[in-house]
Design a protein around this ligand. Structure first.
Ligand SMILES: Cc1ncc(COP(=O)(O)O)c(C=O)c1O
Length: 417
């Protein structure tokens, strides 16, 4: 149950007809369900329950809208960040710095200063040169940086190659077979303090085996570190749990935790988990209007007012998103490519899709768009980014306004020569 449902053939978000929102904010727009977000977060958090000392750090990259971060923060979430901008957002909504962890292969000196100044829980460090810079920056600020090494376990996550991160050939993390010696080497850095170990093997992972395999490797590493008197207090298990876009059958949060927990039982660490997609993915949809129904000899096209700049996943990963008509009466079906107005052949939301016949002026919903939807959107083709709307029961609020043409240019200058 994700609170997007039909009542009398009309698609609703919770208790609000999508059509009603469209008539007030125009199209396209993203819509999120408050109760779905709440339910997903609570299910994930309670899967760890009291049994495991844990902290859920929501992966801000999945959806960084302030209202969403604020809601999750109030439910107890910390934040997994990968940039100074994400840190700014997390702090802005009142997420405590001691609940923030910072990953990413390319942290800059300024970003390190900002994070140290803010007093975040730990840096998930991805390379030796990064450690050297962090040590220098922390020293200049008279601080000690708490760190976890992000280890690369060389495990295939069995997902799209662009979102696999735990293979040795990827840019992420420190190879696990080098981790022990790197941890030992860190002890010589005066302004760095080892507090944890981090692993994240990819995204949209629908089986538990890759998680178990990688966590077993990290657990062995933690035991070896103990033997060397290097204390690990936090095991950050990353994010990556997949969701159902079409017919995938990922484990529930409870099944997920039950399956992986044997790997960290007895380690006496606080578990940090960094879910993104599983919290917000199915809590959001992108609503757009059919501009034209174009019938060519080869195939039919539904040309809609949302494009790859608004939802990049289909173009980038050939990702599948279910497309639903906002009005669903008994209709004959049609097969069409659902495409946007962008001047690229790769601009599509779906290809060769069979769906109830829809006509110009009607609305369609691209489902499961709450994660890596708006947050990956751009102004390509000088298209203002679309508004975001949050629905809670029978009320809704715009949580991000539609950009204007002035917004498009307000940071640009024409030199006087
Ligand atoms: C370090 C890290 N943690 C967590 C996540 C969140 O992953 P997901 O949205 O699949 O849960 C990502 C996503 O790429 C990531 O890079």
């Amino acid at each position: 149950m994700n609170y997007f449902h039909y009542i009398n053939d009309e698609l609703y978000a919770e208790e609000v007809p999508i059509r009603k929102i469209a008539s007030q904010v125009g199209t396209p727009f993203y819509v999120y369900s408050y109760q779905t977000l709440q339910r997903h977060f609570t299910a994930f958090d309670s899967a760890f329950g009291e049994k495991f000392d844990h902290l859920i750090c929501f992966a801000v990259k999945a959806n960084s809208n302030l209202a969403i971060l604020n809601l999750l923060g109030r439910l107890g979430a910390g934040a997994d960040i990968v940039s100074g901008g994400e840190l700014f957002r997390a702090l802005k909504v009142g997420i405590l710095p001691e609940k923030i962890v910072y990953a990413g292969v390319g942290k800059t000196c300024r970003e390190m200063e900002y994070a140290l100044q803010s007093g975040i829980l730990m840096f998930n460090v991805e390379s030796w040169p990064e450690l050297e810079l962090l040590n220098r920056v922390a020293g200049e600020m008279n601080k000690k940086a708490s760190i976890a090494l992000r280890v690369n376990p060389d495990i295939s996550a069995d997902t799209h190659p662009y979102i696999t991160t735990g293979l040795r050939q990827e840019k992420f993390g420190i190879d696990i077979h080098r981790a022990l010696e790197e941890y030992k080497r860190i002890q010589s850095l005066e302004h760095v303090k080892i507090v944890g170990a981090h692993v994240h093997i990819g995204s949209q992972i629908t089986k538990v085996t890759p998680f178990i395999d990688s966590l077993q490797k990290v657990a062995t590493l933690i035991q070896k570190l103990r033997e060397e008197k290097i204390q690990i207090n936090y095991l950050d298990i990353g994010g990556g749990l997949g969701i159902t876009y079409r017919n995938e059958e990922p484990p529930s949060p409870k099944e997920f935790v039950e399956a992986i927990s044997s790997t960290f039982k007895g380690l006496e660490v606080t578990i940090i988990s960094e879910p993104g997609r599983v919290i917000v993915g199915n809590a959001g949809a992108l609503i757009s209007k059919v501009l034209y129904v174009k019938r060519k000899d080869e195939k039919n096209f539904l040309i809609v007012d949302a494009g790859m700049n608004d939802l990049m996943r289909p173009s980038l990963y050939k990702a599948y998103h279910e497309i639903l008509p906002v009005r669903q009466e008994n209709r004959s079906t049609m097969v069409a490519d659902i495409v946007g107005p962008i001047c690229e052949s790769g601009d599509f939301l779906a290809r060769g899709r069979e769906l109830p016949e829809v006509f110009s002026g009607e609305l369609i919903a691209t489902m499961s768009a709450g994660a890596y939807g708006f947050s990956m959107s751009s102004n390509y083709n000088s298209r203002p980014r679309v508004p975001e709307v949050l629905v809670k029961k029978d009320q809704f609020r715009v949580i991000r306004q539609r950009e204007t043409y002035d917004d498009l240019i307000h940071t640009e200058m024409v030199p006087d020569w």
